[in-house]
Design a binder for this molecule. Structure first.
Ligand SMILES: Cc1ncc(COP(=O)(O)O)c(C=O)c1O
Length: 361
């Protein structure tokens, strides 16, 4: 029997639609497409990495379930260890939630958003329905709750939302949590750049799981480490499904060091926020586009001229050596692209290239 004959039809469709295998970016001069954070100082980051590597014996398996990082995060947040799960990136936790809580059931996704929710749910054999934000990318609890049916097991809400940059109203999110009988996954991957977080409140609710990552604010995307905070029982089930050594020892140690140096990272975060506002102001001066205010480390940009579709503009920017993400295929995002906030010189190069591509020189 051939390999593909062994794959169930529904799962095969999910695998075929997987666009998550990113293109080769080796030719790209400026990476502004994956919301990585190059405002974290490269040399500081190296120092952390070297110290982390010196602090572990890689001949040994790592501490199980990210134990070393777990302890550091627990102390930092003032949250009990059994209210925490550490993963190989927050992606791993999304995968676990889909397997454990959605299974062959249904999940509701607030769209337009991060595409991996659909992927992991689909891979577990489940199905996804979506509920759209309004045109301003805001949500109301009423609208989200009215989209729930008896099959809905999990609602995925990303806030600040990727790719709109919108952080939803705290009261609306909490009302969804309070009134929905299943689990709400609140993905706060970008919350370090935003006004408020619900992370510390998560353990108070039996059905809220807040996800965080070290990939964005802390610039550890290459090490793969993230965490979830929630009710003990909810977390216990997720941890039971996790493979024991999924978080490597260098990542665990680096996480500990990063938290120890939190003040330094707060300065990097402040720089991202300042650069975001600078980039926003520059974008507002470019003709033929609309830039949406953001609470994250990226900005969503809509191209007004239908003769210049986002796919083409992204391709032309790529020819200029700049990678941004075409989001034009997502609901409500016709002709939109997403650009990651870079260092001042990167932002200037991007603006210059965008003006050139749009003929606004
Ligand atoms: C909204 C959102 N959640 C989760 C992730 C995954 O983060 P991690 O690197 O921790 O797996 C990303 C990465 O881009 C993201 O945008």
């Amino acid at each position: 029997m051939r390999a593909d004959e062994l794959i169930e039809g529904k799962i095969k469709e999910v695998l075929k639609s997987n666009k998550a295998t990113y293109e080769d970016l080796s030719e790209v001069r400026l990476r502004m497409g994956l919301n990585e954070n190059f405002l974290v100082d490269k040399f500081f980051s190296h120092t952390i990495l070297i110290e982390a590597a010196q602090g572990v014996d890689v001949r040994r398996y790592p501490e199980t379930k990210g134990g070393r990082a777990l302890e550091a995060i627990s102390q930092e947040l003032g949250i009990w260890e059994d209210e925490l799960i550490v993963g190989n990136g927050s992606d791993e936790i999304l995968d676990l939630v889909s397997k454990v809580f959605v299974g062959r059931g249904e999940a509701l996704v607030v769209d337009p958003t991060f595409e991996m929710y659909k992927f992991y749910v689909g891979l577990s054999g489940g199905s996804v329905r979506n509920v759209l934000t309004d045109e301003d990318f805001e949500i109301s609890a009423d609208k989200v709750l009215s989209a729930v049916n008896e099959r809905t097991k999990v609602i995925f809400i990303c806030s600040p939302n990727n790719p709109t940059g919108r952080q939803y109203q705290r009261d609306e999110v909490l009302r969804v949590v309070e009134e929905f009988e299943g689990i709400v996954v609140l993905d706060e991957a970008y919350v370090d750049f935003a006004p408020y977080s619900l992370t510390l409140e998560a353990p108070r609710y039996p059905n809220l799981l807040v996800l965080r990552t070290f990939s964005k604010a802390y610039g550890l995307a290459g090490l793969r480490i993230g965490y979830g905070v929630g009710d003990r029982d909810l977390v216990k089930w997720l941890r039971s499904a996790q493979s024991p050594f999924s978080v490597n020892s260098v990542a665990q140690e680096a996480c500990r060091l990063v938290l120890k140096n939190r003040r330094v990272y707060e300065a990097f975060i402040k720089m991202v926020v300042e650069e975001r506002e600078y980039l926003m102001a520059e974008l507002e001066m470019v003709n033929g586009i609309k830039a949406y205010p953001s609470s994250a480390n990226f900005i969503l940009v809509r191209l007004i001229d239908p003769a210049k579709p986002s796919s083409e503009v992204c391709r032309s920017l790529r020819e200029e050596g700049i990678e941004v993400r075409d989001r034009g295929g997502l609901p409500l995002l016709e002709n939109c692209l997403r650009v990651t906030v870079g260092r001042r010189e990167d932002n200037l190069k991007f603006i210059e290239a965008l003006k050139k591509v749009l003929g606004d020189e």
